[in-house]
Design a protein around this ligand. Structure first.
Ligand code: GLN
Length: 488
């Protein structure tokens, strides 16, 4: 089976295979691997076979089909689908069924994609390791004793193990790019507002963005193109036209400048620094100009993010009260309505989510609002201005996606160290710009080879340029989709 999305699509189109045979192949792999990886929370066997048969019937009768016809896609379980449940990997939504599909699901289905299942995540997308899922940890296919990253770790693990042609994730502070990096695949976070958030269970509404996790840059470009664009149901979706990013992807811009921030060079694993150095050489060989840029606020990104994101999360998660939505305590000891809320939420939310709710409530409370929340918003503006200045000197900013390769399950226990996994990714969301993580080699110092990634960031709405440069890098470094050795 070929693994990248465009090849899968082309084979179905050309009659080399059928959508049904493609879906059956992926389902067989899912059922063989998922007991180890726990990448999928729910698999839509019957529904995806029926959807594949319908596509095959259309192709056989010459009815035009969409650009993703027959391609099986996995969906992070914080994106609502009418099919199956949407749990956010949280007990509070254990049996939640959405009465509607997210905009991205509508658009991808209209393009012919087949939703093959829902993938695990850190509870409510809060985490960097997929160890906070209510139904067990997700494992990295390159080494199942290690984390896949998070929070879109189920999607990343599923794509890396070739259990689907591509997957959807969400990225609030790095949750598409960091797991993509740790699993050796491509993870693309579009600019804020590019992709409708309608139907994405909100975490940080000013930071959240849906994006693809794929084998190749071309796959990400195609998925992005099919789902991006204005949506009247999301008031933060951008009215900007979505350019064609697929045709012309092979045209490397003739001259471009790659910015190298000094601040991205400290405290990384040697293999990560080496991957960035190799990438610099690839870009030089393409004729790119390297320029030093200064991003001194890189270090305050995490503290800024951990004020803004929890503040928004505590407001967004207030709706899960056990009355309108979610788990309701079975205990009969609740004295009043407030007590019923408190007991339901204490039972339904896991420890990390509770920590974020408390943090958010604290920074928004009278007396602390000015000291924390208002201040964080002011720093946010400075971070945005810092990027704006950097982008006057360069077209893309290059650096690591994550300071290390995948760490062992249970290997990072204190929250602050976990938060530091996102030191290079949170500012992309804080500034609303776009970023992509690309496979960039391996860390060979841990027994088994572990993937490492590089990140390219570009100005808001510069997706066409970002994807072209990312694609040129992928071609230059000869990156072929590789399946982890541990997976048969
Ligand atoms: N790891 C970060 C957090 O825990 C980012 C998560 C995300 O992007 N959804 O909040």
């Amino acid at each position: 089976m070929t693994s990248d999305l465009v090849s899968v699509r082309d084979d179905i189109r050309a009659g080399v295979t059928t959508a049904r045979a493609t879906v059956d192949g992926y389902l067989t792999r899912i059922h063989a691997q998922n007991s180890t990886l726990n990448a999928f929370h729910e698999v839509f066997d019957d529904e995806s076979r029926a959807a594949a048969d319908a596509i095959d019937a259309k192709i056989a009768s010459g009815v035009p089909v969409g650009p993703l016809a027959g391609v099986p896609i996995a969906v992070k379980d914080n994106i609502v689908t009418r099919m199956g449940r949407t749990t956010c990997s949280s007990r509070i939504l254990e049996n939640y069924r959405s009465p509607f599909d997210a905009t991205v699901i509508e658009r991808l289905t209209a393009a012919g994609a087949i939703m093959i299942g829902k993938t695990n995540l850190d509870e409510f997308a809060m985490g960097s390791s997929c160890e906070t899922c209510a139904w067990g940890v997700v494992r990295n296919p390159w080494d199942p004793s290690r984390v896949p990253g998070g929070s879109s770790g189920g999607s990343a693990s599923a794509v890396a193990a070739d259990l689907c042609a591509a997957a959807l994730g969400s990225d609030t502070g790095g949750s598409i790019r960091q797991p993509a990096s740790l699993c050796g695949i491509v993870g693309f976070k579009p600019s804020f507002g590019r992709v409708s958030r309608y139907g994405l269970v909100a975490f940080g509404s000013s930071l959240d963005q849906i994006g693809p996790l794929t084998h190749r840059v071309r796959d990400s470009a195609l998925l992005y193109q099919c789902m991006a664009g204005d949506d009247h149901r999301d008031s933060t979706s951008a009215p900007h036209a979505v350019e064609d990013v697929v045709t012309g992807l092979d045209e490397t811009p003739r001259r471009f400048r790659v910015g190298l921030p000094l601040q991205y060079r400290k405290g990384n694993a040697p293999a990560v620094d080496a991957a960035v150095m190799r990438a610099i050489e690839h870009f030089r060989s393409m004729g790119a100009e390297m320029v030093d840029v200064d991003l001194p606020l890189t270090d305050v990104g995490i503290s800024t993010y951990y004020v803004i994101a929890p503040a928004e999360a505590c407001s967004n998660l207030a709706r899960f009260d056990g009355i309108r939505y979610g788990h309701r305590t079975q205990s009969t000891s609740a004295r009043d309505l407030f007590d019923l809320y408190a007991q339901s939420r204490a039972e339904g939310f896991g420890g990390e989510v509770q920590r974020r709710i408390m943090l958010g409530t604290y920074v928004l409370s009278a007396g602390y609002y000015d000291a924390y929340y208002r201040r964080a918003l002011q720093v946010r503006r400075l971070i945005k201005e810092e990027f704006d200045r950097a982008f006057t000197k360069c077209d893309v900013i290059l650096g690591p996606t994550s300071p290390t390769a995948a760490f062992p399950l249970g290997g990072v226990t204190d929250p602050l160290s976990m938060y530091m996994c996102d030191v290079y990714t949170v500012n992309t969301n804080i500034a609303g710009i776009c970023g992509i993580s690309l496979p960039a080699g391996f860390d060979e110092s841990c027994g088994r080879p572990l993937p490492v990634g590089i990140q390219l960031q570009a100005q808001a709405f510069a997706e066409p340029l970002l994807l072209k440069i990312a694609h040129a890098y992928e071609v230059a470094q000869g990156g072929r989709a590789r399946i982890p050795a541990s997976i048969p």
